[in-house]
Design a protein around this ligand. Structure first.
Ligand code: PEP
Ligand code: MG
Length: 576
């Protein structure tokens, strides 16, 4: 019997395909007993994995010593190498294989849990945190044992895609789907503005999250339909239901193609105000989509996707090539490249990763960059070099303090001095702007306005930090409200301050690409919207129907309201 489950719609479209269950964590491994005659082989598997990981770590250390990587890497690698040869870990796992006939992965994870427990008893907080390194070493070993990354299923013959069903997926996992035939994904946890959801939208993979126990309700290979627009998942649909959804999928495609006629129309309101509709991208692979909708430029290039989901960091040359490719394909149009926003849910692999009690409030974005000045300067050099090839602007994420800007500007100056000495060309007048995504920044704009050339409001984080809710936690997703009066005050205050001081302001969070908020933002005075390229034509349609002269006073009245339900009603009426 087919049945339906409801979750949060995070990436539009309909996918029909077969379930592929993915373990929610690398360490949720299979448990099985190995037949006695295969025990020597199981030991060899473990020994080979240890040798591979040793090789990986030695390689990382060599890169760090050569100055290509960040400074603390050497120390972390040494620590992890030491753990690899500690009898408490690998030797003890070997004993478990022999005595209890556990498979290698299971033996390692059991032993890891035992060691972590011992670390937890340690008084010294630094040593106690080293349990994170034990976990990482075991993660590396398990990854090798599972033959990572080749465990996604091959393309199916019946023309249907694969639907990944997981407890949770990281943005790096999702990026990995790009090269596989993944039709859609569903997860137990997650929220609509989590980075995993943003990546899904950028890859145009329909997705529903926050389904709680979906992994227990479906079986490997079972037929599944995802309606990423309505947040519905149908398990085991019959032929009629499949046909109905095929039809709906075609209708959606027709609607989309109708919007295509707006591609070359300038986004101008009824009363003649020009609006810039820019694209958010994760890398050069997204450029085709940007061109398909003729975006006015790139308003946010999230460069961290070049850094996550891999073991070695990209060097200056690799970064330069990626940034240059984007600039080259956008001649005469502005390209805003954000310095890497790693940390929180976009953690780097292995070494350098730290145990953090509260990652969203920890060493993330500009804080991480300034803590790793060598790695940061490498990116700044690559950006400066790329600036010779187009209209590049640098954007700094998650600013809260003026000294974060001052330190960044000093590093940029250092990179410029080096490049001048090397006779390398770059744009001497390159603009540097910053993101307003922490309430403290939105409330103390003067120090940002004095130092920067433009501002961009990251509503995803601004909402997260204003309302104190984790944007990737589905348990609090109902509290994530862009129309909370406090959020609206911070957004409109930033737009107004920009106008007063002649500083361009854009919105590059998910709000900019959601048609529900277009008229509200236009009425606040916003003229630069940056969003996933797939949303640009729909937002253009809204802009073409808007009269900002008429909207502005109505929006001013909304900004005086302090009841969320009244605000919501009034915002919906703006379109009427
Ligand atoms: C934001 O916070 O709104 C934003 C655009 O940045 P990110 O989603 O990458 O955190
Ligand atoms: Mg952000």
């Amino acid at each position: 019997m087919p049945f339906t489950i409801h979750g949060l719609p995070v990436s539009q479209g309909i996918a029909i395909g077969h379930v592929h269950l993915v373990s929610h964590a690398m360490l949720e491994v299979n448990h099985y007993h190995v037949a006695s005659k295969y025990l020597p082989e199981e030991m060899d598997r473990l020994d080979e994995a240890v040798a591979t990981v040793q090789g990986e770590l030695i390689g990382l250390k060599a890169a760090a010593t050569a100055g290509q990587s960040h400074s603390e890497v050497g120390a972390f690698v040494d620590l992890q190498l030491m753990m690899l040869s500690d009898p408490m870990l690998v030797d003890a796992a070997r004993e478990l294989i022999e005595a209890r006939r556990c498979n290698a992965e299971w033996a390692l994870v059991q032993q890891m849990e035992h060691v972590v427990e011992q670390f937890e008893q340690i008084e010294d907080p630094y040593l106690r945190e080293r349990k994170a390194d034990v976990v990482q070493v075991v993660e590396r070993l398990v990854k090798v044992l599972l033959g990572h990354p080749g465990h996604l299923p091959p393309k199916r013959r019946d023309g249907l895609g694969t639907i990944v069903v997981a407890h949770d997926l990281s943005p790096a996992d999702t990026i990995g789907f790009r090269d596989h035939n993944i039709g859609g994904f569903v997860t137990d946890v997650g929220g609509p503005t989590s980075h995993t959801a943003i990546v899904a939208r950028s890859l145009r993979i329909p997705a529903v999250v926050g389904l709680h126990h979906i992994r227990q309700l479906v079986e490997e290979d079972e037929l599944l339909i995802i309606d990423g627009t309505r947040g519905v998942v149908i398990v085991g649909p019959d032929e009629h239901i499949v046909e109905e959804y095929r039809l709906r999928r075609t209708e959606l495609e027709v609607e989309r193609s109708k919007l295509n006629r707006l591609k070359d129309t300038r986004a101008t309101t009824l009363d003649g105000e020009n609006v810039n509709l820019l694209a958010n991208i994760e890398g050069p692979k997204d450029l085709n989509q940007v061109k398909a909708v003729n975006a006015d430029g790139v308003g946010l290039y999230r460069t961290e996707f070049l850094f996550i989901g891999r073991d070695a960091l990209p060097d200056e040359e690799e970064q330069y090539e990626a940034y240059r490719a984007v600039l080259k394909s956008m001649p005469g149009k502005p390209v805003t490249i954000r310095t890497f926003d790693v940390g929180a849910d976009k953690a780097l692999n292995g070494v350098g990763a730290r145990f953090e009690p509260n990652p969203a409030l920890g060493l993330r974005a500009i804080r991480y960059s300034l803590a790793e000045p060598q790695m940061f300067k490498t990116q700044l050099r690559a950006l400066l070099r790329a600036s010779a090839h187009g209209q590049l602007q640098i954007m700094i994420p998650m600013l809260a303090h003026a000294h974060e800007i001052d330190q960044t500007l000093t590093l940029i100056e250092k990179a410029k001095v080096e490049l001048r000495a090397e006779r390398v060309k770059f744009d001497e007048r390159l603009a540097v702007g910053g993101m307003i995504e922490v309430p403290a920044a939105a409330l103390a704009l003067g120090m940002f306005i004095r130092r920067l050339s433009f501002l961009s409001i990251g509503t995803n984080d601004l909402i997260q930090y204003t309302l104190a809710i984790d944007r990737s936690d589905e348990a609090v997703v109902h509290l994530y409200d862009p129309l909370h009066p406090a959020v609206l005050k911070l957004i409109s205050g930033t737009i107004q301050a920009g106008a007063r001081f002649g500083l361009p302001v854009s919105v590059c969070g998910e709000m900019a690409g959601d048609p529900v908020y277009t008229l509200l933002l236009l009425g606040m005075g916003l003229r630069n919207f940056s969003m996933h390229p797939g949303n640009i034509l729909e937002i253009k349609q809204q802009v073409l129907r808007a009269d900002v002269g008429e909207l502005a006073p109505r929006v001013q009245r909304i900004l005086k309201m302090d009841e969320q339900s009244k605000i919501r009603e009034a915002v919906l009426r703006l379109a009427g």
